[in-house]
Ligand binder design. Structure first.
Ligand code: MG
Length: 301
């Protein structure tokens, strides 16, 4: 039996009372960046301080997918199914080609080096939206200490011409991001300034404007506690699921906290995967967990 906290009756039918929280693997240092490959029936995820990307399958367990990974963090797949990765060490957004080679998609903006791309999502038009806080260049643990050259922006990479545009400035620590199912909204987590206990723990929401290429009307959506909202994902109905210090929180589109899936340690990020994208794979500190729920993910990379 899993440990649910039902704060709103709407949450009751979103979870499965007989679905256990499963601990799939452990022995990692700090997990992040999960992405499901339905065609390969596997999950890829980052073990950032160990500088490697891991692979999990139901039949084979865990193995190393890529090492060194240049301190890879967030992942997604583009519209052609290729792996897209954020690199702390490489300070870049990269794509793994079908032949296994790795192409740098973005590592500079206006002549200055990116900080340490953290998380990335793909929009239906093929554009890649990613956050670039300085977390990966503030410690040697998650990449390597360097001086930031740019503020912590949010970027949109145009697949047609490779151009990079800053779509949002002024967030102290832009981190996880996800589109609403109809892509009219973009949710962004702000995990604030590292080492500052008074930093914000909020989720912001923006209207997607400018022919789907820009953001407007940014406002507070929800404050997460305990911990920080790092990774976030929308389900098929537009509810926002957010990583938190005590598990995964489910927040309705109106900002109401509906309930929680309790996990014994901090969850940094998670993704929908497996059958019909209705299983959550949770990167929870040093362990990988999974749990089936009664909602499907909105975006299916
Ligand atoms: Mg993150």
């Amino acid at each position: 039996m899993s440990d649910y906290e039902i704060l709103d009756p709407r949450f009751r039918e979103m979870v499965l009372p007989n679905a256990p929280l499963e601990r799939l693997a452990d022995g990692f240092r700090w997990l992040e960046g999960p992405v499901w490959f339905a065609d390969l029936q596997c999950l890829l995820f980052s073990d950032i301080p160990n500088d490697r990307v891991m692979r999990w399958t139901a039949t084979g367990g865990v193995s190393v997918f890529r090492e060194p990974s240049r301190f890879a963090n967030g992942h997604t797949r583009d519209r052609e199914g290729r792996l897209i990765g954020c690199l702390h060490g490489g300070r870049a957004l990269v794509r793994t080609e079908y032949d296994g080679s790795v192409t740098t998609l973005a590592d500079h903006y206006q002549g200055k080096r990116l900080n340490s791309p953290n998380d990335v999502v793909v929009k239906s038009d093929g554009s890649l939206w990613f956050s670039d806080p300085p977390y990966g260049i503030q410690t040697d643990y998650e990449g390597g200490r360097r001086e930031p050259e740019l503020p912590a922006n949010l970027y949109r990479l145009d697949p047609a011409d490779g151009s990079l545009a800053a779509v949002c400035r002024g967030i102290a620590g832009p981190n996880g991001l996800c589109f609403s199912p109809d892509e009219t909204l973009l949710y962004v987590t702000d995990t604030g300034v590292q080492f500052d206990p008074d930093s914000p723990r909020r989720i912001l929401v923006f209207d997607v404007a400018g022919d789907g290429r820009a953001l407007a009307h940014g406002r507070d959506f929800h404050e997460v506690s305990p911990g920080h909202a790092d990774g976030i994902r929308c389900d098929e109905d537009g509810n926002v699921w957010a990583a938190a210090g005590d598990g995964v929180h489910c927040i309705a589109a109106d900002g109401t906290l509906l309930g929680k899936i309790r996990v014994p340690c901090t969850v940094s990020n998670f993704c929908f995967g497996d059958r019909h994208y209705s299983r959550l794979f949770l990167c929870a500190s040093q362990a990988l967990y999974a749990i089936w729920i009664n909602r499907r993910g909105a975006q299916r990379p």
